[in-house]
Design a protein around this ligand. Structure first.
Ligand SMILES: Nc1ncnc2c1ncn2[C@@H]1O[C@H](COP(=O)(O)OP(=O)(O)OP(=O)(O)O)[C@@H](O)[C@H]1O
Ligand SMILES: [Mg+2]
Length: 284
């Protein structure tokens, strides 16, 4: 199938008497991970709610999986979509597995073994009979991530997915996003933690004043660069998102740096612009 899996064109939404989203445009292709950052109250969760069909826009057009999301008989509650929005709500008197079995019963596309496998993937014991009420915050978040991903959706919407996760949980999530994006899932990730977003997203936007502005339009790549002179090192400092000297090559200092360039020639130009001479540039 061609064309974006998520498309918002001129979407506006007013809430509580004020404009939250204002003629907002967004398109996300299969296999893309798009990050959205923004201050508290800027409308990030509202944007995800519109995509999930949990709220409807006042105007504009929204398509998910290439079908219109709109109220009424011609409308469409998006299926094949995984959603984790704010604190996941479960029936807290039941166990994690019971909750997921109940939710899986709505669409009936997966069975018990799919659920237990995905729970284990996110570090939860499917045999844990504890009521969700007694789960720690991190366990609830892991359960929410399991629920959002267990039916192998084509579109995945995650609101602050690293909330309450420990380091191991964050690592599992990072790996999971990479794997499912490679399978062609379109992912929108909302966070106010720039580091998560930077590491995981192909493109990043900032939501401000009801619209999105581009923060970064390409995934940073890692480059190995050998310079002619050590003296030039300070001048490359702020050119890269991150960089690290890795040693002394025959010709001069070698370092690894990440940045938005797709071709070595582009990076060469950027270095020349700072009167820095590179002896070798290659993708690391
Ligand atoms: N049900 C509602 N009724 C009235 N106003 C609402 C409602 N839901 C959200 N809002 C308002 O819409 C604005 C955007 O809220 P939203 O939850 O989308 O922000 P956010 O970017 O997700 O913030 P945070 O970073 O705190 O999660 C806020 O000003 C909020 O007060
Ligand atoms: Mg929010």
């Amino acid at each position: 199938m061609n064309g974006p899996l998520i498309k918002m064109v001129g979407s506006s939404k007013r809430l509580g008497g004020r404009s939250v989203l204002n003629h907002l445009d967004l398109a996300v292709e299969a296999g893309e991970v798009v990050g959205i950052i923004g201050a508290n109250g800027s409308g990030k969760t509202t944007l995800l709610r519109l995509l999930a069909g949990l709220l409807y826009a006042d105007s504009g057009e929204i398509q998910v999986n290439q079908r219109r999301v709109a109220p009424g008989v011609i409308g469409y509650m998006p299926a094949e979509i995984g959603v984790l929005i704010e604190s996941p709500s479960f029936r807290t008197q039941f166990s994690g597995l019971q909750n997921l079995l109940f939710l899986a019963g709505i669409r009936r596309v997966i069975g018990r073994s799919d659920i237990t496998r995905q729970m284990a993937h996110f570090g939860l014991d499917p045999n844990n009979r504890q009521a969700v009420r007694k789960y720690s915050l991190g366990m609830r978040q892991r359960l929410g991530l399991t629920q959002a991903t267990m039916e192998s959706p084509r579109v995945l919407l995650l609101d602050e997915p690293t909330n309450s996760l420990d380091q191991a949980g964050v690592q599992v999530l990072a790996k999971t996003l990479e794997t499912i994006a490679a399978r062609g899932v379109a992912i929108v990730l909302v966070s106010h933690i720039m580091d998560d977003i930077n590491a995981w997203c192909d493109r990043v936007f900032r939501l401000e004043g009801g619209t999105l502005t581009v923060v970064r339009s390409q995934r940073p790549r890692q480059w190995r660069v050998v310079l002619r002179r050590w003296d030039d090192i300070p001048r490359v400092n702020d050119l890269f998102l991150s960089w690290q000297v890795v040693g002394q090559a025959a010709e001069g200092p070698a370092f690894l740096g990440t940045g938005p360039w797709t071709e070595a020639a582009e990076l060469m130009e950027a270095l020349k612009g700072r009167a820095v001479e590179a002896v070798a540039i290659e993708r690391a």
